[in-house]
Write a protein that binds this ligand. Structure first.
Ligand SMILES: [Zn+2]
Length: 158
C-alpha cells in the first residue's frame, strides 16, 4: 500500500510508514462494532461465579487450617467472615445477572441485541400538525350515527 501522508510505496498495513512515520491502519479489516450487552452479562456471570468459588473455598481452608484453635488470631475469623460476605454478595449479583439475561431474552426474543444496519440519527420527528385534528369522540359518534342511518335507510327501502 501507499502511505497517505507522503505517498511512499511498499508499506505494510498496521505499521508505521518507513519514510514519514505515521501509523498506517489496515483499511481492509472490518471495524469492530459495539459489544452487545449480552456479552457483558455473560462476562459478569463467569467472573461472579469464579469469585464465589474462590472466596468460599478460601474461607473454608482458612477455618480448617488456622481456625478453632486455642491460639487462633481473631483476625483469621474476621478474614473468613469477609470472604463469606464477598461470596454472598456475588451470589446475589450472579442471581440478578441471570434474571437480567432472562429479561433481555424475553424482551428481545433473541440474543443479538444490535440489529444489523441499525443506526441513530440526531433528528427528531416533525411536530404534529393539530389544526385539522378531530377528537376521537366526534369520529366515534359520527360512525355510530352513520351506521344507524344506514340501517334506517336499508329498512325504509323494504
Ligand atoms: Zn509516509
Amino acid at each position: 500500500m501507499f502511505c497517505p501522508g507522503c505517498g511512499n510505496a511498499d508499506q505494510i498495513p498496521e505499521s508505521f510508514c518507513r519514510q514519514c512515520g505515521i501509523f498506517l491502519p489496515d483499511l481492509t479489516k472490518p471495524i469492530k462494532g459495539p459489544v452487545p450487552p449480552e456479552q457483558h452479562l455473560t462476562a459478569n456471570l463467569v467472573l461472579g461465579s469464579m469469585t464465589i468459588a474462590v472466596s468460599f473455598s478460601l474461607a473454608v481452608l482458612l477455618s480448617v487450617f488456622l481456625g478453632f484453635r486455642p491460639d487462633t488470631n481473631p483476625l483469621i475469623y474476621v478474614t473468613a467472615g469477609l470472604l463469606i460476605a464477598i461470596g454472598c454478595w456475588h451470589v446475589q449479583t450472579v442471581w440478578r445477572t441471570i434474571l437480567l439475561k432472562k429479561h433481555l431474552k424475553t424482551r428481545f426474543g433473541h440474543e443479538e441485541l444490535v440489529l444489523p444496519g441499525s443506526f441513530q440519527t440526531g433528528k427528531l420527528l416533525n411536530v404534529a400538525e393539530l389544526s385539522n385534528a378531530v377528537p376521537a369522540s366526534v369520529t366515534e359518534d359520527t360512525t355510530s350515527e352513520l351506521s344507524r342511518s344506514a340501517i334506517r335507510s336499508s329498512q325504509s327501502q323494504h
